[in-house]
Design a protein around this ligand. Structure first.
Ligand code: S3P
Length: 170
């Protein structure tokens, strides 16, 4: 399969790092949220609002089985809850982008499109709830990761270089 699967909390920078990896390697990239939006011809935010989270999770399951059966040599960035897929480790090498909750929120708020970044994420509307989700998920992310990259205060380019180096060493 030779895929790399990028996991991590919402807003940690999976998309930005994936874009840099593509620039500095032979990998092509896909994103599970993008696949779901294309499948449904709608935005994640609307899918949550209209059909609910359980429906969205079912779409993630469909994407996970398609990735396992059909995708090779690809960098796959994922939504923050995709890591729960049972076949995650059969899809590819799992790389966690890790950072403390406060640093992630700061990163989003400092972005020129901060409002848009916050609004499009249904599970980031209430920061107290989001922090609880982060605390629940972080040990699970760490337990699944073949590689961990601490992205705090690092540029996406530096993270992508670190990722490529660590994947080569495996
Ligand atoms: C989610 C993360 C989102 C998106 C959806 C649910 C989550 O992706 O899949 O809103 O459960 O953490 P990002 O991690 O790209 O924000």
């Amino acid at each position: 399969m030779n895929n790399i699967i990028l996991i991590g909390f919402m807003g940690v920078g999976k998309g930005s790092v994936a874009r840099e990896v593509v620039k500095h390697s032979e990998y092509i990239a896909i994103d599970t949220d993008d696949l779901i939006e294309s499948m449904q011809n709608d935005k994640i935010k609307n899918i949550f609002e209209i059909y609910g989270e359980a429906y969205f999770r079912k779409l993630e399951l469909d994407v996970a089985s398609w990735l396992e059966s059909s995708v090779k040599s690809t960098l796959i960035s994922t939504g923050g809850g995709f890591y729960k897929q049972k076949n995650l480790k059969d899809i590819g090498i799992v790389v966690l982008l890790d950072s403390p909750f406060d640093a992630i929120i700061k990163r989003i708020k400092n972005h020129p499109n901060a409002l848009k970044k916050l609004k499009k994420r249904p599970l980031l509307q209430n920061l107290e709830e989001a922090k609880k989700l982060y605390d629940e998920r972080r040990p699970e992310y760490l337990a699944l990761a073949d590689i961990v990259i601490d992205v705090t205060k690092k540029s996406a380019i530096d993270c992508s270089k670190e990722l490529i180096k660590k994947v080569k060493k495996l």
